[in-house]
Ligand binder design. Structure first.
Ligand code: P1T
Length: 386
């Protein structure tokens, strides 16, 4: 089985893609986009294959889920129409009214919106899980779940996944880890003790800013059955075309992540030495507070960084208007470099007081470093900083 290969890229290219050599088949080397919405039955009660109806399962989505599971070393992967659809399905599966969840204070804004506005009757504590003792202080008798990202979005905070998972499991609660920022290439949270992984595959997995998708991964069979039922019965499934784009993205994930990372490291070093820059948040820099932890629990630092310049919102806007190569846009993880201002873009939905408490100022930028030539990227930043 291709899933058994040790090498990440070998699994990324071959898992889930055994060629169809049955008589009469053309022998595709690449899993095709399988569009049929329904599948033939041999007779009533006897389906011709394991596929019956597109929402329940589909050969292209099945190949993608198999490949992704092989890369996270998970028993099960379930693909959804977006990262938030995946999160919503998970929340439906694990929360009951009156439950309490402990979330990293710097979770993606959309995740916080689900907790705060969409799921009824949930108690939520947002705490800085990078700080020793915060988890214990937030824990309550009705706490059911610990929900983390590492690195977080946009303050690039790191938490010790294995240590937190051990504390959570001692107290009998579930650990959910959003692994979007590092992707399975750099970090595999199930191995660190997480019970469920979330991906927004819109980001590094798709890799080209042209597909929306999400996924959940777990080794827990009971939870998987529940999630599978929600996926089928609620219907927010990944389409065959989007499954194909995610498959294609995964095949080059390793080489892209290496390049995202080496570019990000050079840019972080450049920004650290610039007189107008007051703060650089990149976990690959030795002075980042999470540097030692990320070195222990991941094999890389990723391609996301944030930085702050001196001055006001007007200065921030002027800097952004001078950039030529970095596109001013939300999202992340594509081959092209993107920059955004969280205070007015991804995190504008948070109350100003919450934004300030997290550290999101009016001159803090979040950068998704692309895989262009780094000299060009640095020249663009240098010119815009003046
Ligand atoms: O956009 P969607 O595929 O639904 O994924 C949501 C999501 C989940 N988790 C993390 C860590 C994310 O960053 C996101 C989406 N984030 C952006 C669109 C953004 O610009 O940060």
């Amino acid at each position: 089985m291709a899933a058994d290969y040790k090498g990440f890229s070998t699994r990324a290219i071959h898992a889930g893609e055994e060629a169809d050599t049955r008589p009469g088949s053309p022998g595709d080397v690449v899993v095709p986009i399988h569009l049929s919405t329904t599948f033939i039955w041999d007779k009533p009660g006897v389906a011709h294959s394991k596929f019956e109806y597109i929402r329940t399962d589909n050969p292209t989505r099945h190949a993608y889920e198999t490949k992704l599971a092989a890369l996270e070393d998970a028993r099960y992967a379930i693909a959804f129409a977006s990262g938030l659809a995946a999160e919503h399905a998970l929340m439906q599966a694990i929360f009951r009214p009156g439950d309490h969840v402990i979330g990293f204070d710097d979770l993606y804004g959309g995740t916080r919106r689900l907790f705060d506005e969409i799921i009824d009757g949930l108690e939520v504590s947002y705490v800085d899980l990078g700080v020793e003792g915060e988890f214990e202080r937030a824990f309550r008798p009705n706490t059911k779940v610990l929900w983390i990202e590492s690195p977080t979005n946009p303050m690039i905070k790191i938490c010790d996944i294995a240590a937190l998972a051990a504390k959570a499991h001692q107290r009998g609660i579930l650990v959910v880890a959003d692994n979007t920022f590092l992707s399975p290439y750099f970090q595999q949270p199930l191995k660190l003790g997480a019970d469920v992984i979330i991906h927004s595959s819109t980001k590094y997995i798709g890799g080209h800013s042209d597909v929306l998708g999400g996924a959940l991964l777990t080794n827990d069979e009971t939870l998987y059955e529940k999630l599978k039922s929600i996926q089928n019965n609620c219907g927010a499934v990944l389409s065959p075309f989007d499954s194909y784009l995610n498959i294609r993205g995964l095949k080059t994930l390793a080489v892209r992540m290496e390049r995202h990372q080496s570019n990000a490291l050079e840019i972080a070093r450049f920004l650290s030495g610039h007189p107008r820059v007051t703060k650089v948040l990149y976990p690959g820099l030795p002075d980042h507070p999470g540097h030692d932890i990320i070195k222990r629990q991941a094999t890389g630092f990723g391609g996301m960084l944030s930085f702050e310049i001196e001055g006001s919102l007007t200065d921030a806007e002027e800097f952004l208007s001078r950039l030529k190569l970095f596109s001013l846009a939300e999202s992340l993880g594509g081959v092209e470099s993107l920059i955004e201002l969280p205070a007015l873009m991804t995190h504008v939905g948070l109350e100003e007081q919450t934004r300030r408490a997290i550290g999101i100022s009016d001159t803090l930028f979040r950068v998704s470093v692309g895989i262009e030539d780094v000299e060009d990227l640095i020249a663009d930043l240098k010119n815009a900083l003046g």
